[in-house]
Design a protein around this ligand. Structure first.
Ligand SMILES: O=P(O)(O)OC[C@@H](O)[C@@H](O)c1c[nH]c2ccccc12
Length: 269
């Protein structure tokens, strides 16, 4: 049993417990009262046209790295990322593996004007309604952990709630499955969630197979402006970055630094 299987097992139990407490109709009523969605894909696309589109991640810890940031203040981090030029935020809400919390998403979103991705492991449309109830503007669909039918169901629910979905893939088979969905954003995860092995070669190899009408978001293991410039040559102009920014004391400065001097978009922009 690898880490992704373990996460899935406890997540399904957790969802069952949450559902027992708050049936679908109740969570849907909460979602209906949440602040209106901020257009996540639109904001990212716009930023990527002018430079790079950065999804900056609020991440306290991870199963592969342990504690990443001791001084962890989600609202302050959200403001720092916004000031540094991030287009969107990503907030880990999974507790057991990432020391995240639903509250962190609520706090980060309230502290900034940026659209927010709920970074968690989703299997059930109930969780999509829950994400919206928390204020999320976008959900993550991890192809390595769901069936095609589940992915479709999650995507449909996101669309119904006015949210976007980031479809995460790690190999060619997952990418081909993702191409059968409607979402525009394809996240290429450089980290294998089964082994934690991280290599930018994943983006280098998969980028050319992404359908031209989709936007590539290169995810994980990115830490320098040179990484971004190099990966941009493969057609990715949007990036999801957590750890390397979280490890800097001055998050605003680190965000500005990694976004400086973007490689000019093909065709100019
Ligand atoms: O911290 P990094 O290496 O910059 O990676 C960020 C993000 O890509 C990573 O947190 C991530 C990508 N896909 C995920 C799925 C679940 C949990 C976490 C992730």
């Amino acid at each position: 049993m690898d880490i992704l299987d373990k996460i899935k097992a406890y997540k399904l139990e957790d969802v069952a417990a949450r559902k027992a407490e708050l049936p679908l109709s109740d969570i849907e009523a909460r979602a209906a009262q949440a602040p209106a969605p901020r257009g996540f894909a639109d904001r990212l696309t716009e930023a990527a046209r002018e430079g790079y589109g950065l999804i900056a991640e609020i991440k306290k810890a991870s199963p592969s790295k342990g504690l990443i940031r001791a001084d962890f203040d989600p609202p302050a981090l959200a403001r720092a990322y916004e000031e540094g030029g991030a287009a969107c935020l990503s907030v880990l809400t999974d507790g057991p593996s990432f020391q995240g919390a639903d509250e962190y998403l609520v706090q980060a979103r309230e502290a900034s004007s940026l659209p927010v991705l709920r970074k968690d492991f989703l299997y059930d449309p109930w969780q999509v309604a829950e994400s919206r109830a928390l204020g999320a503007d976008c959900i993550l669909i991890i192809m390595a952990s769901v069936s095609d039918a589940q992915a479709r169901e999650l995507e449909d629910a996101a669309t119904r709630w006015g949210m976007d979905a980031l479809i995460e893939v790690h190999d060619r088979a997952e990418l081909d499955r993702a191409a059968g969905l409607n979402s525009k954003m394809i996240g290429i995860n450089n980290r294998n969630l089964q082994t934690f092995e991280t290599s930018l070669d994943v983006t280098r190899m998969l980028a050319k197979h992404v359908p031209v009408d989709r936007m590539i978001v290169a995810e994980s293991g990115l830490s320098t402006p040179a990484d971004l410039a190099e990966i941009a040559r493969y057609g990715a102009r949007s990036f999801l970055i957590g750890e390397s920014l979280m490890r800097h004391e001055d998050v605003t400065a680190a965000t500005r630094a990694i976004l400086a001097n973007p490689l000019t978009a093909p065709g100019g922009a």
